[in-house]
Design a protein around this ligand. Sequence first.
Ligand code: SAM
Length: 442
Amino acid sequence: MASFSFSFSGDDIEDDGAIGTTQDAAGPSSSSALSVQGLQALSIQGASLVTPTSSAAPAATAFPVPHKPQLPPQCHDLQGMLSKLPSKIAFSLLDVVLDVRAESSAPIGANGGTSAAREEPCLIRLPRRELWDVKVQLMAEEEAEDDESGNAQELAPGLGEHDVKTGIYEGGFKSWESSVDLVKVLLQPPASVSTPEPALSAVAGAVLSQDGPAHVIELGCGTALPSLALFHWACATAPSAASTTPFRRSHQLSITVADYNPSVLYLVTLPNFLLTWALQQRDANPLVQQALSFEDADGSGNVSGELELTDEVKDAFCAFLTSARVTLSFLSGGWSAAFVDLLYGLSTADAGPPPHTLVLGAETIYSPFALESFSVLLLTILQRETGTSTRAMAVVGAKKLYFGVGGSLDDFVQRMREAGVVVNELREEADGVRRGVVQCLL
Ligand SMILES: C[S@@+](CC[C@H](N)C(=O)[O-])C[C@H]1O[C@@H](n2cnc3c(N)ncnc32)[C@H](O)[C@@H]1O
């Protein structure tokens, strides 16, 4: 197996010449503000696809920016993050139509379903905090800070005009196309028409339906749609759940979500988990029902809404996590050896058998630097997992080619195979920018 190690630095970037130039550090008008064809984000408002904010010729990118250290890895405490949220958050719903169930690969039994497949399209509605609501929160926080310091400050990076701002903000506030593809690979329509909730796919079931605890790690999560989809399933199948889903989980499920920017984690990732729980639980919990309101202003089906975040609602969320045997962990900072140490520091705290681990990554290989650092990180994790769980597995979604910046799914697959990883293609999407989802097994 080929060796791999964390060795990236600003100098490496300059040395290989392929990724960046010193111009990258010069300022936003040059290449540090990256807007690239092929890096298309989903509109935060709904399901429509939008092109990036600028169609200017893509420039080379460097991350980390030379002489600028990456953000150090950091673990964020759930209570601390909850305390930073405002009293109300606004959201919209993203409908993801799940692929038709492939009976041959359906994990009959994984979720307990046995009867005939449904024919109508099955969708999962995933909530996302509205970007305008994030901006409102930040403006209020900055006003309060300015009043104290007397200095006017800028909005958080990523809430301005750029999709990615190299080394500062790496795209996590928006949802990117491949994250939707990953949702479709992880969930499938229920086996039975009498069951409203989507079921785990064979791929996800191979890890999450094993006997014993499970750990989902989403790297470069941003709005975290794939983890939200699995969290939705986890809420519906919680040992205590009052839903019609026949399958009940009995083991602990840990979900670790990681993004470069701490601001992304507390402003969108955590709120999206809260919203997913609230939407899934609203029929069973009167408190949640009272806290949620919906609006379909133009009657078009584009539903938006608000969730009141009273102390009682936050307490109910935390109590549910405990009773549902779900742990949420939030990590920020650059991918590095220290990041891996922090990640494994989380799980050594838990006694009991090692978990079966599923690593997820959507749109995390969008430049040669990102591809290399993500590959090294993934290989390190897979190698640590082999020997603990039955077989370490990752599911990675990306565009076939990131025009202008380099980075492609084929390059990633080749990099993985050279390191001895078995790579299986799970899904291809030719609609719009060509994309794929692959499974990596070590
Ligand atoms: C284009 S966004 C994709 C976000 C999300 N997965 C999606 O598909 O919607 C890329 C993500 O990778 C993370 N990322 C990229 N390079 C990173 C690095 N070197 N260290 C840590 N995170 C990184 C960013 O924070 C960002 O969330």
